[in-house]
Design a protein around this ligand. Structure first.
Ligand SMILES: Nc1ncnc2c1ncn2[C@@H]1O[C@H](COP(=O)(O)OP(=O)(O)O)[C@@H](O)[C@H]1O
Ligand SMILES: [Mg+2]
Length: 477
């Protein structure tokens, strides 16, 4: 994975990263809130050694003090002093428990000792720190007096007494939050990389070309408007999705220049990959370019062209195949110029048998003679053989692959199903490509180019265009 792949990954999986960071920061907040606050009170002790008045004696005395400081820090955190402090204050605590809360430190080459005490109560922290220091003064006097009545060799003065701390030192909320944020970011990125590694959906042209063995003839962007209205009004539409279908139309004419395919099956591996939507809009794009087009609903299990185009669905392809009507009787003219539709007709009990029949082949041949293009919508290839059977009788098939949804092995199987019946695969189409985020990266240039060159005039076209253009935001009207 190079740097470019990595930034692309971060862009596509930013939600994973942000959510992990949020969870981690919330955990840090919860941890801080649940931690019992501890207050710290500190005193400072000064160690002096009785010495003579000469410079040498003073130096000697200072050296002795410095040497003592180290042993004193041990004594301050020792059990004896802890017990004496507890006895003096009468607090309900064991000596080891108190020892754990006492810290003593001496700076190198000084005669100063810093003592600090942690406690849940700020007042008690101060009291313990002061009592402990006072007791230590007494303790040192006892220890350093060589024989009763003599002057002690060293003494300790409480140079600075403890006051009541105002703010707790624990929890360290800011530090916890920073750790939470940092850990969250790292875990988030880790999860994003992991999810990316486990993701086996088709997300790039290269992958799709590699597994189908044919070129990409179209890349249809995701367009929210299409969820409710699959039909693109090509006469007013200048949005990215309309341009994508025009480009698909152009690419089809380049497929085999001497004998361009005219009977084309639109198929895919699984449902909801945009077969019907693509079939309709490809047909409309071809009709826009002055071709006479017939759109056939070859999906006899879940027909949708009648619904999407508001046509009569009860009579159609299946009616002709069963001999119930002649072809010319069931072809429906649409409100769109040069577009004729053959709906699927009543759902038969044996679609595969019907679509694999000679009658079906004859219908396609007849349509080929009457129209410039025959675009056939079909059922998903992994579910049933219908699509493959139709493709075997056509010039070839276009295989739809839904970006980020269709799995690689599903496409591989679908392509194999087509090959098994001797159908030719004309090209692959990536559908519902995100217009923003990492996946769209390599396409954003071409779409923004179209968006700029064709400025929408009407308000309707403008809003439709802004919905799909890569620069638009989610809040666009
Ligand atoms: N480019 C697109 N952008 C947004 N939604 C789409 C797009 N193409 C198709 N859809 C929606 O996805 C759903 C499935 O599309 P459809 O064409 O019926 O798929 P299929 O025929 O493969 O089952 C429909 O609701 C349709 O409106
Ligand atoms: Mg469909």
């Amino acid at each position: 994975m190079n740097l470019q792949d990595f930034t692309k990954l971060l862009r596509t999986r930013w939600i994973t990263i942000v959510v992990t960071m949020l969870v981690s920061v919330l955990a840090a907040v919860a941890y801080s809130l649940l931690t019992t606050p501890l207050y710290q009170a500190s005193t400072r002790l000064y160690v002096s050694t009785s010495a003579g008045s000469s410079a040498a004696d003073l130096y000697q005395g200072n050296r002795l003090s410095q040497e003592r400081v180290l042993s004193y820090t041990q004594l301050i955190t020792g059990e004896t002093l802890a017990q004496r402090t507890i006895d003096k204050l009468g607090v309900n605590m064991t000596a080891p428990a108190l020892q754990e809360r006492v810290k003593a430190s001496a700076k190198l080459d000084t005669v100063l000792i810093d003592v600090s005490v942690l406690d849940e109560s700020p007042v008690r922290a101060r009291d313990i720190a002061n009592a402990l220091s006072d007791e230590f003064v007494v303790m040192v006097r006892e220890l350093e007096t060589p024989k009763p009545g003599a002057a002690p060799d060293a003494r300790v003065i409480v140079e600075q007494r403890a006051s009541v701390p105002t703010k707790p030192v624990i929890p360290k909320t800011a530090r916890n939050l920073a750790i939470g944020l940092g850990l969250g970011l790292l875990t988030g990125i880790g999860l994003a990389v992991l999810r990316d590694m486990l993701d086996n959906t088709v997300k790039s042209r290269e992958t799709l070309e590699e597994i189908t063995g044919v070129g990409i003839v179209g890349a249809i962007p995701l367009d929210k408007v299409r969820r409710n209205q699959p039909v693109i009004p090509f006469d007013t539409e200048t949005s990215a999705i309309a341009e994508a279908f025009r480009k698909l139309r152009t690419n089809l004419q380049f497929l085999s220049v001497d004998n361009p395919p005219r009977v084309i099956i639109v198929t895919s591996s699984v449902p909801n990959e945009g077969k019907s939507t693509t079939a309709i809009n490809l047909a409309l794009a071809l009709a826009e370019a002055e071709h006479n087009v017939v759109l056939v609903d070859g999906d006899m299990r879940r027909p949708s062209l009648d619904r999407y185009l508001h046509l009569v669905g009860q009579v159609g392809f299946s009616t002709v195949l069963s001999g119930g009507a002649s072809l010319s009787e069931v072809l429906q003219q649409t409100q769109y110029p040069r577009l004729t539709v053959l709906t699927s007709g009543a759902i038969p009990p044996n679609p595969s048998e019907l679509l694999g029949s000679m009658a079906a082949k004859t219908v396609l041949t007849e349509l080929r003679q009457k129209f410039d293009y025959v675009i056939v919508d079909s059922a998903p290839l992994l579910a049933v053989t219908d699509g493959a059977l139709l493709a075997a009788n056509a010039d070839g098939a276009l295989i739809m692959t839904r970006f980020g949804q269709t799995k690689r092995d599903q496409v591989v199987h679908a392509a194999r199903n087509l090959a098994d019946v001797g159908a030719s695969l004309l090209g692959a189409v990536l559908t519902m490509m995100p217009t923003r985020g990492g996946g769209s990266y390599s396409y954003s240039y071409s779409y923004s180019y179209y968006g700029e060159s064709a400025k929408p005039e009407s308000k309707e076209a403008k809003s439709a265009a802004s919905d799909t253009s890569p620069e638009s935001s989610d809040t666009a009207p």
